[in-house]
Design a protein around this ligand. Structure first.
Ligand code: C5P
Length: 222
């Protein structure tokens, strides 16, 4: 498919990553996980002893780490200063701190520039995140906004977290709601649906149905 740019936004646990990777693989497009980039810069801040409750300290360090994102949907790699951080960025510690780091404008400016240059050079890409359709790539050929009920999102996220007790579902739901509230409430490029985005409620859909829906929407844009 020629250089189509697809933006997929939405809160946590709506199936953005699984959908975006599968759509990209099926249509021969590149894939960019922008949440992984915010997680990577958060991991670097924590690893370097920077207080994530101190926006000035975060702003001052925002340009320091070198973040490189692979865009193969079959193996989306991410490195920070040459270190593979695909595992460490998924810890509870990073997850609980990423909203504070990603709310800092200097961080957003830096990561947004990186995302735009990757999208420009990709020759066709699916980019998933929170502000792709509104801020990063407002001229994307297709914008999708995925939603799902809080219960469905918490259940999916719990299933992804290895070794979780069933009783942790309520805690997972609470953590998701808090992270979404922080991401939606921040001043700079909050989580939001673009006016021209197609909203897909995935609560009652299987992953395969969501993928088929998005593939059809992309094909209509050809
Ligand atoms: O998608 P994921 O859950 O990995 O995203 C982690 C965090 O990164 C989000 O909770 C949000 O704080 C931040 N993020 C963002 N803008 C994006 C993508 C992610 O602020 N485009």
């Amino acid at each position: 498919m020629e250089s189509v740019i697809v933006a997929i936004d939405g809160p946590s646990g709506t199936g953005k990553s699984s959908t975006s990777k599968a759509v990209a693989a099926e249509l021969g497009l590149r894939y960019l996980d922008t949440g992984a980039q915010y997680r990577a810069i958060t991991w670097w801040m924590v690893s370097n002893g920077i207080d994530v409750a101190d926006p000035q300290a975060i702003a001052g360090a925002a340009e320091k780490p070198e973040i490189v994102s692979g865009t193969d949907p079959a193996a989306p790699a991410i490195t920070v200063d040459g270190v593979d951080v695909a595992g460490p960025i998924r810890t509870q510690d990073v997850t609980s701190k990423v909203s504070a780091v990603s709310a800092v404008p200097e961080v957003r400016t830096r990561i947004t520039e990186l995302q735009r240059s990757i999208a420009r050079e990709a020759g066709g890409i699916v980019v998933e995140g929170r502000d792709i359709g509104t801020t990063v790539l407002p001229d994307a050929d297709l914008k999708i906004f995925l939603t799902a009920s809080p219960e469905a999102r918490a259940a999916r996220r719990s299933g992804e977290l290895k070794g979780k007790e069933a009783g942790d579902l309520a805690a997972t739901r609470e953590a998701l709601i808090q992270r979404d509230a922080a991401d939606s409430g921040r001043k700079t490029s909050p989580l939001a649906k673009a006016d021209d985005a197609v909203e897909v409620d995935t609560t009652e859909l299987t992953l395969q149905q969501v993928i088929e829906c998005v593939v059809t929407l992309v094909e209509e844009k050809r």
